[in-house]
Design a protein. Structure first.
Length: 271
């Protein structure tokens, strides 16, 4: 049974598979907020990553970000069909819930619930999720940056979808999970591995060059390329060491990529 209070005012149409035990309701004051009841079992990829937020603008060398541990779940191709799909009213193409932000707590509100998706790595909930990973990259916990992926069989509850800024967001809570074989999945299967998607590649730490600078083969080494002022196509690959940072640079005109080092005082982090 589907309950859709104030559904006539909503921009969203929701479809739930017949075999699903999920039901849904809408907020009276915000019918674009879809609140699902029940649990759903899925297989797919669990992503753990560190989100870096810079509170002040300045040279990378002098900037220390707030580091938040976060998780996302991506249903596998076969499992995705068991989830609801959502379409903007009048749009014939329905979007599956193929990206789910994992939250640890939720505060209800008449318009839009608040989902706390930042985890403390020492917290029991975070430890349970991190223990699922067959392998965490070197420095993932000590340096608090980077990403890790792990195929899992997972049970989700507390699902909710809503529209913000013209985009559909879905949040969910992990009831239980167990790891699966890494051989069955690849990072490329998830849409967030594609650099042009909205909110994709959250594990990339972007930099900009406010003034013209240069890329070098090694710190103080041979010059590889000039970096024009205003360049935003720089990705930090390693932490700053001795005033230099290893980056990936994509030429905005040719599209060619280069990897080298740049003076950390001549670039700024981009949130």
């Amino acid at each position: 049974m589907q309950v859709a209070t104030a559904g006539q005012k909503s921009r969203l149409e929701v479809s739930i598979p017949e075999e699903s035990e999920l039901t849904y309701d809408r907020k009276e004051a915000n019918p674009d907020f879809i609140d699902f009841s029940g649990e759903v079992e899925q297989t797919g990829l669990l992503l753990a990553y560190w989100e870096l937020l810079y509170m002040e603008t300045g040279p990378l060398e002098d900037s220390e970000p707030v580091r938040n541990l976060k998780f996302r779940f991506y249903p596998g191709p076969a499992s995705e069909q068991a989830l609801p799909s959502v379409a903007f009213r009048g749009d014939s193409q329905k979007s599956p819930l193929d990206r789910i932000f994992i939250y640890r707590s939720r505060s209800e509100d008449s318009l839009l619930d608040e989902f706390v998706s930042e985890f403390d790595q020492s917290d029991s909930k975070a430890r349970q999720l991190l223990e699922l990973f067959e392998e965490l990259p070197p420095g993932f916990l000590d340096n608090r940056e980077g990403k890790a992926v792990q195929p899992v069989a997972i049970t989700l509850s507390g699902l909710a979808s809503f529209v913000e800024g013209g985009h559909l967001f879905t949040f969910g809570q992990v009831t239980s999970a167990e790891p699966l074989s890494m051989e069955d999945y690849a990072l490329e299967l998830i849409q967030d591995a594609q650099p042009d998607n909205y909110l994709a590649r959250p594990w990339d730490y972007r930099l900009r060059a406010p003034d013209a600078t240069a890329l070098y083969q090694e710190p103080e080494g041979a010059r590889l390329a000039g970096i024009p002022a205003g360049t935003h196509t720089l990705t930090r690959l390693e932490p700053v060491q001795d005033g230099w940072v290893k980056v990936r640079y994509q030429n905005e005109q040719s599209g060619k990529e280069l990897i080298g080092y740049i003076n950390a005082r001549e670039v700024q982090p981009v949130n």
